[in-house]
Design a protein around this ligand. Structure first.
Ligand code: MN
Length: 239
């Protein structure tokens, strides 16, 4: 057994819908601008320019339930509802026709974004990490195995803040499909079991405030509800 000089940090993981075992997380890949309506609202041409990616650290993934903390350093804390793909197998240079063989299951996540920091990063040609990869920035539902939900390629995706429908789209409107995204990422390096892919958000992104109740889902996959916590609360809650 490997001995460590300090206790090793806990393995990031998510519950699964079918049993007590958890889904261990290796990496979190996120796809930028993958629905035309969102590309347009971010001021970009939605033509099929090649997909692009960013990461969130694995330990930013939390349950999309209970209270999600309002993060520091922002006054534009935005929601982005997304289908999440959970890989049970890996590979390099995977053909689109073979890509779905890698998928263990699907969940529904929210790519939480400090939009003001992202806007500043874009303006100054700096990295996006501080705007995307902060603590608790990747809420996700339990992972539903392919056995139970198949490989969804159409169906409503939506998000509400309180009673207002803010985001609504359909998986069939993904600019780059799930197999195409898996294949494209696998040209850049190895995909591996435990990888999550946040596949991009439809139009309608916008801000949330402390106390807001955020709910959403993908028809036929999963739904969630959480509440935004007060600003400045540490994640541990033991202030
Ligand atoms: Mn996103």
């Amino acid at each position: 057994m490997t001995q460590y000089v300090i206790p090793p940090p806990p393995r990031a993981s998510l519950p699964v819908s079918t049993g007590p075992e958890r889904f261990p997380i290796r990496r979190v890949f996120c796809v930028g601008r993958n629905y035309a309506a969102h590309a347009r609202e971010m001021g970009k041409d939605p033509d099929r320019e090649p997909p692009f990616y960013f990461y969130k650290p694995a330990d930013t993934v939390i349950d999309a339930a209970g209270t999600v903390p309002y993060p520091p350093l922002t006054s534009a804390f935005h929601h982005e509802i997304e289908l999440v793909v959970a890989l049970g197998a890996g590979g390099r240079d995977v053909a689109p026709a073979d890509a779905l063989d890698l998928v263990w299951g699907y969940g529904v996540g929210v790519d939480l974004t400090r939009r003001d920091l992202q806007d500043e990063a874009k303006k100054s040609s700096r990295p996006w990490d501080w705007s995307k990869g902060f603590d608790a920035s990747a809420p996700c539902t339990p992972i539903h195995p392919v056995d139970t939900v198949g490989h969804p390629d159409s169906g409503e995706i939506w998000l509400r803040v309180n009673d207002d429908l803010k985001q609504q789209g359909d998986l069939k409107d993904l600019i780059w499909s799930v197999p195409e995204v898996i294949s494209a990422i696998s040209t850049a390096g190895d995909l591996a079991p435990g990888d999550l892919i946040y596949t991009g958000t439809p139009g309608g992104v916008g801000p949330m405030q402390p106390g807001d109740v955020v709910s959403g889902g993908v028809r036929g996959v999963a739904e969630f509800t959480f509440t935004i916590g007060g600003a400045g609360q540490p994640l541990s809650g033991d202030q």
